[in-house]
Write a protein that binds this ligand. Structure first.
Ligand code: ZN
Ligand code: ZN
Length: 611
């Protein structure tokens, strides 16, 4: 039934029929109230502007416009419905004598809904000028606009006004402030509001958790979620559960992720495509590729982002051919690929050594889908050629690029040169990196080691000296490991990890004996500080990944897999060490860094020593 016919139907129903027997005598007041109700009923049924205009005419005819209640409802319907028109709403607003706070708030919300922040702000000023006192609904609307547009300055100004008028401890205003500061990435300000609150609602927790998630403070996200549960907020919003799932994905917390999945299934009848996609992402990033694939295959509806997550997941796990299959399935489904998906597709090809396929995809991206290659796409291609040992070709590609090569591109080439022992091109790549001032100590180490391998000791020493003279140090690495549903965080050379530290050191010591017996020797070239050999060995032992493995070996049952999440790429000593440990202790060890997975098993790694 179309909107018009519903309306006519009701007009017929409600227009006082003239030929009705006049048994009941209506007082004018009762009549007015009846018309008022009719008018509200008609407004509720409106679903397009044309019908709305007819109701407006009716309201005027019945003389109901002077009734503030009717007038403001009329305005709200026009300003806030998705079929509404702000121009028309403004014309209604102009006809209202002495509009009150509700009327102003309604129009402000309407502007905010349409992303017209300037108009909302001007109206707010008009409100102040006409001496209408803003209330606790005025500020949330304005703050929401600042959140959407990420305009911090205006947001802070509004915060100031709200404080001045005494709304600093109003729950709605506080929740809106947390959200606004969070969206503007001002986490500390956002958190300060949250901390000050006497009473926290589910929305307060949600806004704070979302704020932390938006800037990637995943650890904090999970801590807050735990606090929320402890404080008895048992019914988190769907969006909060999605933030928690993303946090689990990033932190490698499979158990908590699974629990959250469970509570989603229990509380929400049908998971939408966004939630399903984030669950899939969580399983894939926690090393459960099979489970992720299973969810993916069961999805009734897949969008661009579901395909993107699956393809990049397969790429991270080195499953290039399957990633390509999902990609063609996506094209068959009529989902248009974007530049992000192509980055995943190309990196999948490079992790799996699919040179021809990768080059074909690159052409297809440009020619068929009209996507201009970015430096990331070129980076993948350089990586692809580099891994396959086509170093000269990779270098030519960099020189022919339409965009300026960045450090990532040159670093891919440098790593490839290290693996394929090509010092000549390696020097070109390293020097280009040094010119870019990317200040990554790892680049110097690689070049210096390549010189050492070629027995060019002077050059090796000179490169090291250059690095030290620039004062370059490695970023402190950390590793996370989940043991009995808690995330444990280890920082390199961490001497603070609660009471267990002594037992970890003992374990490390014990592991070392076993490792030596099996033929492992520490690669001290990975230590960048100028200390003696003994000290270098000590420092290597304290790398966060080793601490995390020792901790997990002590605290988990024999044979259970160990999952570690790192902030930076592991050093090659930790890689060798972990391979040995996987064989000696018969454990599968999954290590994820920002870019990819290393799956250690029986003394080998899934990356085949190239990462
Ligand atoms: Zn290491
Ligand atoms: Zn590996």
């Amino acid at each position: 039934m179309s909107g018009t016919s519903i309306l006519h139907h009701h007009l017929l129903l409600f227009t006082p029929p003239e030929d009705q027997p006049k048994t009941k005598i209506k007082t004018p007041e009762a009549d007015l109230r009846l018309k008022e109700q009719e008018c509200l009923c008609l407004l509720k049924r409106c679903n397009n502007l044309k019908d709305f205009k007819q109701v407006h005419v009716q309201v005027l005819k019945w003389g109901l416009f002077s009734n503030p209640y009717c007038a403001s409802n009329l305005l709200a319907a026009c300003a806030l419905s998705n079929w509404g028109s702000m121009d028309y709403a403004c014309s209604i607003f102009n006809q209202i004598d002495e509009p009150g706070a509700f009327v102003f708030n309604t129009l402000i919300r309407g502007f905010v809904k349409d992303d017209k922040f300037k108009e909302a702000w001007l109206l707010y000023i008009e409100m102040l000028e006409s001496e209408v006192q803003p209330d606790n609904f005025t500020y949330p609307a304005l703050l929401k606009a600042c959140a959407v547009l990420q305009t911090l300055e205006e947001g802070m100004q509004i915060h100031g006004h709200a404080n001045k008028l005494g709304f600093q401890s109003d729950l709605f205003v506080q929740n809106a402030l947390i959200n606004m500061y969070g969206k503007c990435k001002e986490i500390e300000l956002s958190y300060a509001i949250f901390e000050q609150m006497d009473e926290k609602s589910v929305a307060s927790w949600s806004a704070t958790i979302a704020a932390n998630a938006s800037v990637g403070l995943w650890y904090e996200c999970l801590m807050l979620f735990g606090d929320m549960m402890n404080e008895g907020c048992w019914r988190p919003e769907e969006s909060t559960l999605v933030s928690v799932i993303s946090a689990c994905a990033h932190m490698g917390c499979l158990d908590l992720g699974r629990c959250t999945h469970g509570s989603l299934i229990r509380n929400i009848s049908e998971l939408n495509v966004t939630v399903q996609t984030s669950l899939m992402d969580m399983y894939v990033k926690c090393g459960r590729l099979e489970k992720g694939l299973c969810l993916f295959q069961m999805m009734a509806e897949k969008n661009q982002s579901s395909y993107s997550v699956m393809i990049s997941g397969l790429a991270m796990h080195g499953q290039g051919e399957q990633a390509l299959r999902v990609f063609s399935e996506m094209l068959e489904d009529g989902v248009e690929p974007d530049d992000v998906i192509y980055v995943s597709v190309l990196s999948a090809c490079s992790h799996a050594g699919l040179v021809d396929e990768g080059l074909q995809c690159f052409d297809r991206m440009r020619l068929e889908h009209g996507i201009t290659p970015t430096v990331q796409h070129y980076g993948c291609l350089v990586d692809l050629l580099g891994r396959a040992g086509m170093l000269q070709k990779a270098l030519e590609l960099i020189k022919s690029m339409a965009v300026e090569p960045n450090d990532v591109v040159w670093r891919s080439l440098l790593s490839a040169c290290k693996v394929h022992q090509n010092l000549e091109i390696g020097e070109i790549a390293a020097n280009s990196l040094f010119q870019l001032n990317s200040e990554n100590p790892g680049d110097y180490i690689i070049l210096s080691n390549m010189y050492a391998q070629a027995q060019r000791w002077d050059d090796a020493a000179k490169t090291r000296m250059e690095m030290t003279s620039k004062g370059l140090k490695q970023t402190p690495g950390f590793s996370l490991v989940v043991v009995s549903r808690k995330v444990h965080r280890f920082v390199s050379e961490d001497k603070t990890h609660h009471k267990c530290h002594n037992s970890i050191l003992e374990m490390i010591h014990q592991m070392e004996w076993q490792l030596r017996f099996e033929g492992y020797s520490p690669d001290t070239s990975q230590v960048l500080v100028d200390v003696d050999e003994q000290e270098k060995r000590e420092r290597l032992k304290g790398h966060s990944q080793k601490l995390a493995i020792a901790f997990a070996l002590i605290n988990t049952s024999q044979g259970s897999p160990i999952r570690i999440t790192r902030n930076i790429r592991m050093c090659s000593d930790c890689h060798t060490y972990t391979k040995f440990i996987s064989a000696i202790y018969e454990r599968e060890i999954l290590v994820r860094d920002r870019k990819r997975f290393h799956h250690f098993k029986d003394g080998t790694c899934s990356c085949q020593d190239y990462w």
